[in-house]
Design a protein around this ligand. Structure first.
Ligand code: ZN
Ligand code: CU
Length: 474
């Protein structure tokens, strides 16, 4: 039998959670055609995989690379950690459909540059990606806040009937054109005034397409319990599956609360489809004026348009230097993004270990000093939390990076090493895999990731991008 490529003699972790086994993987064109002991197969190219793990390429279900896939399509930050598929459009903010002109409100302005071309329909964005594909497969949620920005002249109030209908129509069209679900972000100013009823109306549209309601909840701190209850209510009333993004319990006063939130999710699952994802870090990252600096033990400025020279420095040091309080320093730095130390390590581990939790980076690849999660999330889980802490088995951790997100978001043919699946494959050294990105030096490719294939094309090898740009639009 003949294949294009044979991955020879690796240890296969197939993404389903099944125990690892020794075997070969045969790839022809963009598909895996055979898996197992394949001594009789020959191929134009063999990749020696002895003592290496051969796994499905990782799927990052929560990123903000909506525009980055157009402006920096080589996607080093994702390929270098073994990620072959990403889902954009999270937290209520998607690059499309965007008909509003002029300056964009934050945090949409962090994701979409004011001067970049706008896509009035999801189809226009999708077609643009098809013409010039990025290095990883991409799918996109449709953001409720983006719809609000399109349809409302005043974001500081609930949508009226006419506006709600216009948003519902626009969402319906975008989902027909290939959007893979709905995202909301009532935490952020553009949607803070939305009522639960408005969110239910949006969720009904998602439901009519068999898609999920994916949410950056209204609150992840002092009112995280109420926010979870609101999420469940929306799911129940719209009969729609719900997915809690980057679940966390933010702020010192709320440390330990994941005991309660996870048992609430457990209970809700009896009558509702509930899922969640999380990042393996105790610091979060978002716009600097999110109010989070008041809950954080430390804040690093990731990026500031007004004072670019402050990127990478502590907010407290900047305030001391300027002789201001933190609030005033934040004001002077805007528009800006920050890294906020607001979570408890025990909560992070408890949430990650929970059986429904998917791994995500929540990456915003902005400026010189982003959160290290942009470059280091997946190797951090496999190095620190699997090998060093023993929080999850390697097989289970990989399941939460592959078949689980693929099944959750309906990404067919992805997330498994099996005959017939797309040939998204990562080969890595389980003894060496480790993130190199830190809070001090956040832009660094990870260690231990050796070769990454996307749709059967070699895309990353030995710390080098191969320029394949083989991603599909999902
Ligand atoms: Zn978010
Ligand atoms: Cu996000």
């Amino acid at each position: 039998m003949h294949a294009d490529i044979l991955f020879r003699g690796g240890t296969i972790v197939d993404g389903t959670g099944a125990a690892r086994y020794r075997g070969d993987v045969a790839v022809t064109d963009d598909r895996i055609v055979a898996v197992g002991a394949l001594p009789d197969w020959v191929a134009g190219r063999e990749v020696a995989c002895a003592d290496r793990i051969v796994a499905p390429g990782f799927i990052d279900p929560h990123v903000h690379h909506d525009e980055v896939v157009l402006t920096d399509p080589d996607m080093d930050c994702m390929l270098s950690q073994g990620v072959t598929t990403i889902i954009n459009g999270n937290c209520g903010f998607s690059i499309a459909p965007l008909s509003a002109s002029g300056a964009l409100p934050q945090p949409l302005g962090m994701i979409v540059d004011d001067t970049a071309p706008r896509f009035a329909s999801y189809a226009a964005y999708r077609d643009r990606l098809r013409q010039a594909p990025p290095a990883v497969n991409t799918a996109c949620l449709i953001g409720h806040s983006t719809l609000r920005i399109n349809e409302m002249d005043d974001l500081g109030r609930p949508a009226d009937k006419v506006e709600t209908l216009a948003m519902a129509r626009s969402l319906d069209r975008a989902l027909s054109e290939g959007g893979i679900g709905l995202s909301t972000g009532a935490f952020y100013p553009p949607a803070r005034a939305s009522t639960t009823e408005e969110l239910i109306e949006m969720a009904r549209v998602a439901r009519s397409h068999g898609k999920l309601y994916v949410t950056h909840m209204r609150d992840e701190g002092d009112r995280v319990i109420e926010a979870l209850e609101e999420t469940f209510q929306i799911g129940r009333e719209a009969c729609c599956g719900v997915h809690v993004s980057h679940h966390k319990c933010a702020g010192l006063a709320n440390h330990g609360l994941s005991h309660t939130t996870l048992s609430m999710i457990d209970k809700a699952r009896h009558s509702l489809d509930v899922g969640l994802d999380t990042t393996p870090w105790t610091a979060s990252s978002t716009m600097l004026n999110s109010g989070r600096h008041r809950q954080a033990t430390r804040v690093i400025v990731a990026d500031s348009t007004a004072h670019p020279e402050m990127a990478g420095r502590d907010l407290a040091d900047i305030a001391a230097e300027w002789g201001t309080d933190l609030d005033e320093a934040v004001e002077r730095l805007l528009p800006a993004t920050g890294i906020f130390f607001i979570m408890d390590e025990q909560d992070v581990q408890r949430i990650m270990a929970y059986d429904r939790t998917i791994i995500c980076s929540d990456g915003i690849a902005r400026g010189e000093h982003p959160h290290p999660r942009v470059w280091g999330t997946f190797p951090r889980v496999l190095g620190h939390y699997v090998r060093e802490v023993g929080l999850l088995s390697l097989e289970e951790a990989i399941r939460r990076m592959t078949s689980m997100p693929a099944d959750r978001f309906g990404l067919e043919g992805r997330g498994r090493i099996e005959a017939g699946a797309f040939a998204d494959i990562v080969v890595f050294d389980a003894d060496r895999i480790k993130e190199a990105a830190t809070y001090d030096t956040p832009i660094r490719p990870s260690e231990g990731i050796e070769t990454v294939f996307v749709n059967g094309r070699e895309s990353w090898c030995a710390f080098k991008n191969k320029g394949a740009r083989a991603g599909h639009i999902l």
